[in-house]
Design a protein around this ligand. Structure first.
Ligand SMILES: [Cu+2]
Length: 579
């Protein structure tokens, strides 16, 4: 069983235990004896079963089980300890066990709330609040059922509740130690003289565009979605003038995966101010990395990218040989782009398909009708890629895979999530049962570059209640905090940095560090065995633990965030900062 399924199983059993304890309490209060005893038996079994799931989660990593061991387990033990013996005494009047059963229900639900609302790391405040909630609810229930607790018990309960409320809420609203992120970069774009310059203008504006045969409202660069394909040859200088005609929420251009100087990175509020309507900004940087990249707005990025403010950036080492096609897959107004297209190719011609996922969720790609190799991932060539056939690839949000093959005499088709987006003729597209490539074991291995690390960080991804803003929100959190309260990762120029990313939530988080590619060291404790894998976007699935490393060689203040852009907006953004 994977850690992801264990997390789900534990949650389901916890919900079952809560429902059964509360149901048993209510049934006994209503003197429905058989129902009460049946539900209590289910509740006991479910509560005991959690001993197994919590132990298994703790073995997978303390991050997955901290609050369950420290808060849920003691409360569950108390629940069984209080309700169990009274049930075994088989009271003549079933109503006599209503309060103990309800206590057990409150104890298990309170622990469940800690997991769902607070998560990792467990805190004394959360534990005390949980206990206070149980005590208060039990006292109220006892009074309602006419089983008056003694005056001493009531007073003790009151003291616990008040103390817990003070420490618990106090801890949860104390501002974190996150230093402020500077809002403007001082230096203008560096001038690079006397080099071949590729000049482009991107004008952002509202538009109506065709999406799979229907006109839809979009935000577009130069009136098209995707925006114009920007191409360059290694060594060119790219000069891109961004103009905003009428996008009220502002626009920037972020060069996704391109490790540009910090002041060209296009993150509003961090590396530049957002470009407002009728303003412009000129980006200028040398194209010294070959490969497949893309660009997109980073201002109101969730809605901005979804509405169409993105395009392709391809930097080639030299002239194009054979057929070289980019396939930026996107969902616009619920409709898939691109429309199917056909490129006539003679047999034997080398083909490169540059697959780009510009959505916020993972896509599954299958190339039917030919063997192929994955030549590059996230713009970086792989070492010794071997031929693959009848194998699908999963590309995370923001990620790129370059597939290469020599055109066969027979047709080929590219299928994305079951939909054919590229086809040279009739070919079977029944690819749904194909196995999926694990890039961590693909290609030729190479000695690990680094044996020691100057800095290490751990990012635990979760959900939780964020009370630090004006309005409470159910945020996507990193180490229990949400943007802008997540402390930055501070490094020095030249440091070799390792970071561990743990996903203890129930959803995939495609992680994206700006300005650097990270080398994958291990996933779930198992070292990567294939070609060195330098990524800028990688899916951390529920229950997964990724270890990656990079050299801090690009000074500045860099966004480090989930590329499910709705998650990034809902708190899952922090910064890498050079001291
Ligand atoms: Cu996410």
């Amino acid at each position: 069983m994977t850690t992801g399924s264990l997390l789900v199983a534990d949650l389901v059993i916890a919900v079952l235990a809560v429902a059964a304890w509360l149901g048993a309490g209510a049934a006994s209060a209503a003197r429905r004896r058989p129902l009460a005893l049946g539900l209590a038996a289910v509740a006991l079994l479910a509560t005991l079963a959690r001993a197994l799931t919590i132990t298994a989660l703790a073995r997978a990593g303390w991050w997955f089980a901290a609050e369950k061991v420290l808060i849920a387990a003691p409360l569950s033990l108390a629940a069984v300890g209080v309700a169990g013996p009274r049930l075994l005494r088989a009271p003549g009047d079933i109503r006599a066990v209503a309060v103990p059963l309800l206590f057990a229900g409150y104890a298990t639900s309170s622990a469940l709330l800690v997991t769902v609302l607070h998560g990792y790391p467990a805190s004394a405040g959360a534990g005390l609040l949980a206990v206070a909630g149980v005590v208060a609810a039990t006292v109220i229930s006892a009074r309602a059922l006419g089983a008056r607790p003694s005056r001493t018990v009531s007073r003790a309960a009151l003291v616990v509740a008040v103390a817990a409320l003070l420490t618990g809420t106090g801890l949860s609203v104390t501002p974190g130690a996150a230093p402020a992120v500077p809002h403007e970069h001082a230096s203008p774009a560096a001038r690079i003289a006397d080099e071949p310059t590729r000049r482009f203008t991107l004008t952002a504006a509202t538009a109506t565009v065709d999406a799979a045969g229907r006109n839809v409202a979009a935000w577009a660069f130069n009136g098209q979605v995707p925006g114009p394909e920007l191409t360059a040859t290694v060594g060119d200088v790219l000069e891109v003038t961004l103009r905003n005609r009428n996008i009220e929420r502002g626009v920037t251009v972020h060069w996704h995966g391109y490790d540009v100087p910090n002041d060209q990175d296009g993150v509003p509020g961090v590396t530049q101010a957002a470009v407002r309507p009728r303003q412009e900004f000129v980006y200028r940087f040398r194209a010294d990395q070959a490969g497949t990249y893309w660009y997109h707005t980073h201002s109101a990025s969730d809605v901005g990218v979804r509405m169409g403010l993105y395009g392709v950036l391809v930097v080639r080492p030299g002239p194009v040989t054979g057929l070289d096609v980019t396939v930026p897959v996107h969902t616009l107004a619920g409709r898939p782009l691109p429309a199917p297209r056909v490129d006539k190719v003679e047999a034997g011609v080398p083909v490169r398909l540059r697959l780009i996922n510009t959505d916020s969720t993972t896509h599954r790609y299958a190339l039917a009708g030919t063997a192929f190799r994955v030549a590059a991932v996230d713009g970086v060539d792989l070492r010794g890629p071997t031929p693959l056939a009848d194998t699908a690839v999963l590309i995370p949000a923001g990620g790129r895979y370059d597939l290469v093959f020599d055109a066969p005499a027979t047709p080929v088709a590219l299928v994305v999530d079951g939909r054919t987006v590229y086809s040279t003729g009739p070919v079977s597209t029944a690819t749904g049962a194909w196995p999926v490539l694990d890039p961590l074991g693909y290609g030729a291995t190479a000695p690990v570059q680094w044996s020691r690390f100057d800095k290490t960080f751990t990012l635990v991804l979760d959900r939780g209640l964020d009370l630090r803003g004006l309005l409470p929100r159910y945020a996507h959190t990193v180490n229990g905090a949400a943007d802008p309260d997540i402390p930055p990762q501070v490094v020095r120029l030249g440091d070799v940095v390792r970071f561990t990313i743990v996903n203890r939530s129930q959803i995939v988080h495609p992680w994206h560090l700006h300005g650097h590619h990270v080398l994958v060291l291990a996933r779930d404790g198992r070292p990567a065995t294939g070609s060195p894998l330098w990524l800028d976007s990688f899916d951390v699935r529920p229950g997964e633990v990724w270890e990656v490393a990079f050299r801090a060689d690009n000074p500045g203040m860099w966004a480090n965030h989930c590329h499910n852009l709705a998650h990034a907006d809902a708190g899952m953004t922090l910064h890498l900062m050079y001291s």
